[in-house]
Design a protein around this ligand. Structure first.
Ligand SMILES: NC(=O)c1ccc[n+]([C@@H]2O[C@H](COP(=O)([O-])OP(=O)(O)OC[C@H]3O[C@@H](n4cnc5c(N)ncnc54)[C@H](O)[C@@H]3O)[C@@H](O)[C@H]2O)c1
Length: 390
């Protein structure tokens, strides 16, 4: 990352998308306005409508307006809500080319802007209870859950290469694994382990775990071979390889073993949703899409159509993603105002969670739930105190 100087105003693109994506991004925008005033920085926010609803409502041609690609490319950073909306028949809106409506904003941005590292922190904040079969209990301890899963973001099974036979006799999706993409995402994972410096909760060892299916798949064999090559550049970090199906068990039974994990696109998509269970669920999990020149931040959850319009979605993942955006911009532009604001967002969310008074339904249960807007306001309340103290 090249170091630049702090700017008076940062150009941000906000992509609300569909369903609860629209609702949680509105909370992010309100928080950004609050931060801008408090720290004396400008955020010039351009909102671009996108997703399944946009496609359905605009003559089914594009899933966002003309020129959106250029606007995203020109932004200092992008914040994404979530895309995906069902048609009248209940199946997800799908474009003529077979891609889901909303593709352009998510997978399109990742590939077009070369956001090769999808960095997903998996941390359990003290105060969160796990929601299993409708009951809440502390299953994993916060001190045992502190890892980052890095997912390759530009190729793999989501490279968009494939087709469905016109007579429905079959379909193919080509899984593309290249040396270039593998090298840089694996190197990023090792760099992250070094930067975190604290290692895995179990033994404090810096460790990068490569998650693959190299016993079966050609692409994974290449990925693991490249992993072993890159590992030699980082003698302080322990290389570790785990077959993806075993990882799906170990991530729940011994999360304390993991420091940084790295994997290909679709495996990463699935194992990070699984790992979100350790954090209290999808409402707490953040995804940072990082490239050399661009970055996009999002909650990893989808548009949750059944929750839309009910003021019930958990806004905390979106607010934490906004904090990650501030941290990334702060580092990129050597802007200590943003770096401090990012830390304040994280502390504000952690304080609200620990206080256990104003939590959304997925964390508190329906009976004790606070509305999305009330939870977000509680975070802003903590943030006001923290920002005023600086
Ligand atoms: N990055 C993205 O934009 C993205 C990611 C995943 C899914 N999707 C799309 O979202 C739509 C719905 O998909 P899905 O139902 O499989 O996944 P989802 O993430 O929307 O929902 C999965 C489950 O998690 C719950 N949930 C998700 N976010 C929550 C939040 N913030 N607060 C409380 N509960 C929350 C939902 O109620 C649901 O029970 C689909 O169209 C899908 O393609 C988009």
């Amino acid at each position: 990352m090249s170091l630049r100087t702090a700017k008076a105003t940062y150009d941000l693109v906000l992509l609300p998308g569909d369903g609860i994506g629209v609702e949680v991004i509105a909370e992010a925008r309100t928080m950004l306005d609050q931060i801008a005033t408090a720290i004396g920085v400008g955020f010039a926010c351009t909102e671009i409508a996108c997703g399944g609803k946009y496609w359905l409502e605009h003559g089914e041609k594009r899933d966002w307006p003309e020129g959106s690609e250029e606007t995203c490319a020109a932004a200092d950073a992008i914040l994404l809500g979530a895309v995906g909306w069902p048609t009248a028949s209940g199946s997800p809106a799908t474009m003529q080319n077979g891609q889901m409506a909303g593709w352009s904003a998510v997978i399109g941005n990742r590939t077009r802007l070369d956001l090769f590292a999808n960095v997903r922190p998996v941390r359990l904040l003290p105060g969160v209870l796990h929601n299993l079969s409708g009951e809440r209990a502390l299953v994993w301890k916060p001190e045992n859950v502190d890892m980052v899963i890095v997912r390759e973001g530009t190729e793999g099974l989501y490279s968009g290469v494939g087709e469905r036979a016109t007579d429905d006799s079959g379909a193919t999706d080509l899984r593309v694994i290249t040396r270039r993409a593998s090298e840089r995402v694996i190197r990023k994972a090792f760099q992250l382990s070094m930067a975190r410096g604290r290692g895995a909760p179990k033994d404090k060892k810096k460790r990068v775990t490569c998650i693959a299916k190299h016993n079966v798949l050609h692409g994974c064999r290449l990925f693991v071979d490249i992993f072993r090559e890159i590992a030699k550049e980082f003698p302080e970090v322990e290389p570790d390889v785990c077959i993806v199906d075993s990882f799906a068990m170990f991530v729940l039974t011994q999360p304390e073993h993991y420091d940084v994990c790295v994997t290909t696109n679709m495996f990463g998509d699935i194992v990070t949703d699984l790992a979100s269970v350790l954090q209290g669920g999808m409402g707490m999990a953040v995804g940072c899409n990082i490239g050399d020149d661009h970055a996009m931040f999002e909650p990893i959850h989808g548009s949750a159509p059944p929750l839309a319009g009910k003021d019930r979605a958990n806004p905390l993942a979106m607010l934490l993603a906004t904090g990650e955006l501030l941290a990334w911009l702060g580092a990129r532009y050597a802007d200590s105002r943003l770096t401090r604001a990012a830390a304040a967002v994280e502390t504000a969310v952690a304080t609200v969670v620990r206080a256990n008074k104003t939590l959304p339904a997925d964390l508190a249960g329906a009976e004790h739930a606070a509305a999305r807007s009330v939870v977000a306001a509680a975070v802003r309340g903590e943030l006001a105190t923290l920002l005023a103290a600086r």
